[in-house]
Unconditional design. Structure first.
Length: 228
């Protein structure tokens, strides 16, 4: 709008072209308020109609996964759409400021492993360490490592094995507590890879893990929408 004033030009939107006066009268506070809840109403309707549906609502640091479980949790007291919208906004906001809630939290990098065999799909993983809380976002596998061994654990299995040590953020993301060393080593022993002294690298081959068949998706049969 400021550029339109400087250039004495029209403002282009998805609805059409407007001069400054028309734009100001149409896209006012009332319009902003009405559209604040519009997308949430659409998402709510989709999830209620198809409980397998979920959405990824992007934040500037961390996305927010919104689906059946979050909707049910936020709707226990039958809130108005305005209150529901505010709760979702607060959930998105919380995910952007995890460092203020979880001391010394780390954010593992999501990595992808390529396969030589073109018939096998690539798969993604996070390398989780002991000693500090970490954000867990949906991937195919969680990797753990000790001085001699590596373990590869399907994401959902890792969540199941460590649920008492996790804080759930939204539909699919968690923050780990500090995993006790004994528990960490037990998981490695249970799920360790053969020839695991060799370290897996992003997009590089190691100890025959490149040709691993990708597991069922983290959210089988789910439908996902991603919003920017």
């Amino acid at each position: 709008m400021a550029l339109a004033k400087l250039n004495d030009s029209e403002i282009e939107t998805y609805e059409g072209h407007y001069n400054i006066e028309t734009f100001s009268s149409l896209f006012n506070l009332q319009w902003a308020y009405e559209n604040k809840t519009l997308n949430i109403e659409v998402l709510k309707g989709l999830i209620e109609k198809d409980s397998a549906s979920s959405a990824i609502l992007n934040g500037y640091n961390t996305p927010f996964y919104f689906g059946k479980e979050v909707l049910e949790n936020y709707s226990k007291d039958h809130p108005s759409i305005d209150i529901l919208t505010d709760r979702i906004i607060n959930g998105i906001r919380r995910n952007q400021h995890l460092t203020s809630e979880f001391e010394n939290i780390e954010f593992p990098t999501k990595m992808e492993m390529e396969n030589d065999d073109p018939s096998l799909k690539n798969w993604t993983f996070l390398l989780i360490q002991k000693g500090f809380p970490q954000l867990l976002s949906p991937v195919d596998f969680i990797f753990l490592r000790s001085e001699k061994d590596f373990a590869r654990i399907p994401y959902e299995k890792f969540i199941e094995e460590n649920f008492n040590l996790l804080t759930k953020l939204d539909e699919k993301q968690f923050v780990t507590d500090i995993i006790p060393t004994d528990d960490y080593l037990k998981l490695i022993d249970q799920f360790k890879l053969e020839n695991s002294a060799e370290q897996p690298q992003k997009k590089e081959s190691t100890h025959d893990i490149r040709n691993t068949q990708k597991p069922d998706p983290v959210t089988p049969k789910n439908k996902w929408w991603k919003f920017w």
